[in-house]
Ligand binder design. Structure first.
Ligand code: GMH
Ligand code: CA
Length: 160
């Protein structure tokens, strides 16, 4: 009997140390793969990933494509998220539609889950519901927002 308890502890210590090394290697490898997969069309903000495929279409089409991919249309909830989407708009020089609209009630902009928006970055004079037909929201290369007809075609940016 004697020292069998101690040997058991030493064995476990070696196993933990091995696992710690393997975890560090995995973390560094994962970190590099993230960099690679984000280049050049993706942006990470906190836990959220924004990504474009380069596809352009109307609001319903963009919404459906993001959903199909297991995400949803980009829905910035703060300035940092808005800036990340803006970088993609600048990269492509194409405005995007956000996952925000006032289809249900004119003038009350909501996320796709029905929640009222908690952040906005409207261009001066917007939203103006021009011609009474603007229920969707586009983000310009300035980062500012404009309400626009959902039938227009814009660049896709999804969030995951
Ligand atoms: C009108 C004017 C413009 C404005 C557009 C835009 C359309 O044409 O008020 O100044 O840029 O509407 O809001 O979505
Ligand atoms: Ca407008």
């Amino acid at each position: 009997k004697g020292d069998s308890g101690l040997s058991e502890i030493n064995l476990l210590k070696r196993q933990v140390s091995t696992l710690e090394g393997q975890l560090r290697a995995l973390q560094s490898s994962f970190s590099k793969y993230k960099q690679v997969i984000m280049f050049p069309n993706g942006r990470i903000v906190g836990e959220k990933i924004f990504m474009t495929s380069g596809y352009e279409g109307n609001f319903d089409s963009l919404k459906q494509r993001c959903s199909q991919a297991g995400g949803q249309l980009a829905s910035p909830r703060n300035a940092a998220e808005n800036a990340a989407i803006q970088q993609i708009v600048v990269l492509y020089n194409k405005s995007v539609f956000l996952g925000i609209n006032d289809i249900q009630t004119e003038g009350r902009f909501k996320y796709l889950n029905g929640e009222n928006i908690v952040y906005s970055n409207w261009q001066t004079g917007e939203p103006n519901n021009d011609n009474g037909v603007e229920d969707c929201v586009e983000l310009y290369s300035s980062g500012k927002w404009n309400d626009k007809s959902c039938g227009e075609r814009r660049l896709i940016v999804c969030e995951f």
